[in-house]
Design a protein around this ligand. Structure first.
Ligand SMILES: Nc1ncnc2c1ncn2[C@@H]1O[C@H](COP(=O)(O)OP(=O)(O)OP(=O)(O)O)[C@@H](O)[C@H]1O
Length: 62
């Protein structure tokens, strides 16, 4: 059983480490509300939060 993590929209279970970038680590996880496999980016520092939010918005509009 992996480590659990929650967001306002779902709970996730972390499965395994995928890699690291400048802002934090990426972990393969299961989204428990839908059973989907997703990549969760865990931001390593609060200072990077705004950069991360901007990246998510840009990727969502691709
Ligand atoms: N959807 C994904 N599926 C599989 N592996 C992924 C996925 N997203 C990220 N990774 C892995 O995690 C690593 C870090 O990804 P991340 O997006 O944080 O950084 P990056 O785009 O490589 O670089 P930067 O930090 O400059 O944005 C990647 O190099 C890759 O190995």
């Amino acid at each position: 059983m992996g480590i659990g993590i929650s967001s306002p929209s779902s709970d996730y279970e972390m499965e395994h480490y995928l890699g690291s970038g400048a802002y934090g680590a990426v972990v393969q996880s299961k989204k428990l509300t839908t059973n989907e496999t997703v990549a969760l980016k865990v931001i390593k520092n609060e200072r990077y939060m705004e950069v991360a939010k901007k990246e998510v918005k840009e990727k969502a509009s691709d």
